[in-house]
Design a protein around this ligand. Structure first.
Ligand SMILES: Cc1cc2nc3c(=O)[nH]c(=O)nc-3n(C[C@H](O)[C@H](O)[C@H](O)COP(=O)(O)O)c2cc1C
Length: 192
């Protein structure tokens, strides 16, 4: 399988980055082809202007570095959406990216019904980390709301979610305990 991890953490050595690397390590053991795209490395993804021209023109008319993300999605079969939970949502850079992918991923029909485009038939794994501990991350809608955003994207884009991973209580962790690294590695091995 061809697997793409879109890393939406602003930190290259943060918790999300460590978990994503473990998932990828596991996937590589199964001879998958894997790549990690660090959104924080991409220089120029501007904000969505809300013009809706992407609905007429197939994709966003602003041709900046969003093309890097579009091309990576096109050439892979499984997309790992990885983002820290920020204010009960995806990170700012992840939000900006998924907004800019609107016309690439869906076409809204006249009554507003979305039709899946470039993501159709692909699979997804959702990954987040949050400082709130279990079960409060769920009860208080922290990581749950973050996944809610990503589920919305996947649902209308025709992308099937095959697994997810949440690292909770990160403010108490200097290092990620081994059991979570093993869990991430095993998840990676299972992707197919
Ligand atoms: C701007 C900002 C907002 C955050 N909002 C939340 C939140 O709403 N809920 C939560 O549990 N943790 C929140 N956190 C904590 C992060 O989710 C947590 O530190 C996570 O482990 C960061 O992952 P990283 O190391 O990959 O950046 C927030 C952190 C930042 C910087």
């Amino acid at each position: 399988m061809k697997i793409l991890a879109i890393n939406g953490s602003p930190k290259k050595n943060g918790k999300i980055s460590i978990i994503v690397k473990e998932i990828i390590k596991g996937s590589l053991e199964k001879n998958n082809e894997c790549e990690i795209l660090y959104l924080s490395d991409i220089k120029d993804i501007s904000d969505c202007k809300g013009c809706m021209k992407c609905q007429k023109e197939e994709k966003c008319i602003i041709r900046d570095d969003i093309q890097i993300v579009e091309e990576a999605i096109r050439r892979n079969e499984v997309i790992i959406f990885a983002t820290p939970t920020h204010w009960g949502n995806v990170s700012g850079i992840m939000l900006r990216t998924i907004e800019r992918l609107f016309g690439f991923l869906i076409e809204e029909k006249p009554l507003g019904f979305p039709v899946a485009k470039a993501g159709k038939g692909k699979k997804a794994v959702l990954v987040t980390a949050c400082s709130t501990s279990w079960p409060f991350n769920w009860i208080f809608n922290q990581s749950r709301a973050c996944f809610g955003r990503l589920k919305e994207v996947c649902k209308y884009s025709g992308i099937k979610i095959i697994d997810d991973f949440t690292l909770t209580g990160t403010s108490k962790m200097d290092k990620i305990p081994q059991k979570y690294l093993i869990k991430a590695f095993m998840l990676g091995k299972k992707i197919k």
